[in-house]
Structure formats: C-alpha cells, structure tokens
Design a protein around this ligand. Structure first.
Ligand code: SAH
Ligand code: DHB
Ligand code: MG
Length: 223
C-alpha cells in the first residue's frame, strides 16, 4: 500500500463526505500564497475534529498550533453562536494569515487568536479563567505536546476531550532510543497519560494524504 493510494482514498472520502468548501479552499490558497507549510490537517481529519466537537456539544474549544487556521475553521464551525475558540500560535506571520482566513470564513467573532509561545499563553488563559474547555486540539511543536496536554487537562472539566495530532510519525513512536525531540515528546505524552488517573486515552494510527501518522484522544474523567 502506498501513499499514492492513501491520498486517493482521502480524495474519495473528501469528494463524497466533505464536499466543496470555498472558505477552506480559500484558506489553503492563502496559506500557500503566504509561504506557510502545507501541514494542516487533511479534509477528512478536519471533519473528524468538527464532528467530535459537535458530538460533544462543545461551547469552548482550545487549540494549540494555529498555522493558517485550517483546523481552527473546522473546529469553530462546530460552535454555537455564543461559543468561543481560543487558538495559540507562536509565529506572527502564521497568525496574520490565520486571522484573514478565519475572518473570510465568517468566524472572527468566535475565534480568539493569541500570538506567542503557547506555554506562556496557556498561563494567561489559566489566569484569565477562560476555561474549562470542552475540547482541546494540540497540534504545535511536538516536543512540548505533553506539557500542552498537561495544561489542557488543568483547563478541562470532567467530560472534556483532548486530541493530540502527529503522535505516531511513521511508527517512530516505538523508537525508545530516539534523539528526535518530537518523538520523545510523543513518548512522554504516553507516559504522562498512562500515569494520570484523571484521564483515559488511546492512540489511533492513521494513513492518508499526510502519510502514516496518528492521533491520541483522551477523555478527562475528573479534574
Ligand atoms: N493546527 C494547524 C496546523 C498547525 S502546524 C492545522 O491543522 O491547520 C503547527 C503550528 O504550531 C505552526 O504554525 C507553528 O508555528 C506553531 N508552533 C510551533 N511552536 C509553537 C509554540 N511554542 N507555541 C505556539 N505555537 C507554536
Ligand atoms: C508537521 C506538523 C504537523 O502539525 C503536521 O500535522 C504534520 C507535520 C511538521 O512539523 O512537520
Ligand atoms: Mg498536525
């Protein structure tokens, strides 16, 4: 099985179940025109995030790692009109592109984009008591994924769901002696989740247009 075939299946699923989406297409176009890396979630993955947030009836969503706001748009669309999505981005250029994309999608009123290192922004969010968040999506620098998940747990309520992206990375997750900070981060994530009695979690391997990877999904049972 090849990436070519995984991409064709993603295209098939997208054509059948995701459909044409001018706002999302415009966002990807603006990202490319502005030189952003094409590492957004795929359309079927974006739709999964949207469905999860809808299934959950989420009113408050936290995202760590905005890029051009492609996943932000998917998640914000699941919110009610009085909902809120707080998204954190380190790179001011990414953030500027994302603001444009979110505004063009008609979602500016729901989205609070904060520029800076996510660990700092997360401290502010805790101080401002913006939580608890119903759904958190962690998709920034993978070396810090466990720290972001730990803070997302602190900003949760019983029943909150946390999703972390890019956890499997071509199977590198099982390389115990790796020097890769990303893989070490993803392994620490599993140690943290295994040791935390407040959460229950699993990791799902995926293939698709972005290759072989996977995501972790955690339910916060108590805080
Ligand atoms: N969630 C996006 C993709 C995010 S890519 C989508 O699917 O559409 C990862 C993003 O995390 C990049 O934009 C990168 O600049 C940002 N990032 C990296 N380190 C960060 C940090 N310390 N704090 C906040 N954002 C960070
Ligand atoms: C990378 C980051 C992502 O969030 C992703 O989904 C794919 C790749 C990266 O940094 O390479
Ligand atoms: Mg990602």
């Amino acid at each position: 099985m090849s990436r070519d075939r995984w991409t064709k299946v993603d295209r098939y699923v997208t054509e059948h179940l995701v459909g044409d989406d001018p706002a999302l297409a415009a966002a990807l176009q603006a990202n490319a025109a502005s030189g952003l890396p094409a590492i957004d979630v795929s359309p079927p993955q974006g739709k999964l995030l949207y469905l999860l947030a809808r299934i959950h009836g989420a009113r408050k969503i936290l995202e760590v790692g905005t890029l051009g706001g492609y996943s932000t748009i998917w998640l914000a669309r699941a919110l009610p009109t009085d909902g809120r999505l707080v998204t954190l981005e380190l790179d001011p250029h990414h953030a500027e592109v994302a603001r444009g994309n979110v505004a063009r999608a008609g979602l500016a009123g729901l989205v609070d984009l904060r520029v800076g290192p996510a660990l700092q922004s997360l401290e502010e969010i805790a101080r401002e008591r913006l939580g608890p968040f119903d759904v958190s999506f962690i998709d920034a620098d993978k070396a810090n994924t466990p720290e972001y998940v730990a803070r997302a747990i602190d900003l949760s309520r019983p029943g909150s769901v946390i999703v972390a992206d890019n956890v499997v990375r071509d199977g590198a997750l099982v390389d115990a002696h790796t020097d890769s900070p990303s893989v070490r981060g993803n392994r620490r994530l599993h140690d943290l989740l295994a040791a935390d009695p407040r959460v229950d979690a699993t990791t799902i391997q995926t293939v698709g247009s972005k290759g072989y990877d996977g995501f972790t999904i955690a339910l916060v049972e108590r805080v």
